[in-house]
Write a protein that binds this ligand. Structure first.
Ligand code: SF4
Length: 235
């Protein structure tokens, strides 16, 4: 059997191993506070990291703290985060999220998620305005070291091309499918996620993936199809 015909669970583990060798294992340590990660991840939707950071710090400089952001004039808040995509949608979502946290917890603090079972934490987070499965899983994995699998555009694209998930699987469903095929240790899931992200930015890009340079090409359905078509054409 050719490597690309292996079952998805075996391919998923191989993908993890090959990318780990390529990009090296990284220790999972939270890079910013829980509130910072939550609001920054909301800002990051369809926005690059530099513009997301600019929006975050402009917002806090202009309004001082979370209380100030929550009570800011909505147009001024949208203006402060204008380096992100959809600032007009994100501004009210951020304010409503801050209001819910303040009302429920009495302060701008989500440390309680640490003690909460994963499913409960996912349910609590995804009821916040502007917080979907991707944002919730990123926060729970990166900051709380919970065993979840964030599926962003890179994880999704590579998983489909290699054949870890089917062509018709949605991003939300991919989260569960990939999770079931990987070891449940948060550090493994973290490395899988960040390596797929890096690989998607460098090699398996949306347009013109660099398949000849890719460490996954022996197990990749997309590459085998493209190569096969090339052979058929040449014959
Ligand atoms: S072989 Fe090509 S399509 Fe497959 S994962 Fe690598 S870059 Fe992406």
């Amino acid at each position: 059997m050719d490597a690309h015909q292996l079952p998805p669970n075996e391919k998923t583990l191989l993908t993890h191993e090959l990318l780990n060798q390529e990009y090296r294992h990284r220790v999972l340590e939270p890079r910013r506070s829980h509130m910072h990660e939550l609001i920054s991840t909301m800002l990051s939707h369809r926005t690059n990291h530099k513009d997301e950071e600019k929006a975050f710090y402009t917002m806090l400089e202009r309004f001082g703290d979370w209380e100030g952001v929550m009570n800011a004039d909505i147009d001024e808040l949208a203006d402060a985060i204008q380096t992100t995509r959809y600032p007009g949608q994100k501004a009210p979502q951020i304010q409503q999220t801050l209001q819910i946290i303040k009302q429920e917890r009495g302060e701008f603090n989500i440390d309680f998620l640490e003690e909460m079972p994963v499913e409960e934490a996912m349910a609590w987070l995804t009821k916040l305005p502007g917080v979907g499965v991707k944002t919730a899983t990123l926060l729970l994995l990166f900051n709380f070291k919970k065993p979840v699998m964030p599926v962003d555009t890179h994880v999704f694209r590579i998983s489909q091309r290699v054949g870890l998930i089917g062509a018709k699987v949605t991003a939300n469903k991919a989260h569960t499918i990939l999770l079931e095929m990987l070891p449940p240790e948060p550090e493994v899931l973290y490395n899988f996620h960040i390596h797929m992200l890096r690989h998607g930015q460098r090699i398996c890009t949306f347009f013109s993936p660099k398949c000849e340079q890719c460490v996954l090409n022996s197990i990749c359905n997309y590459y085998q199809d493209v190569r096969q078509k090339g052979i058929d054409k040449a014959a």
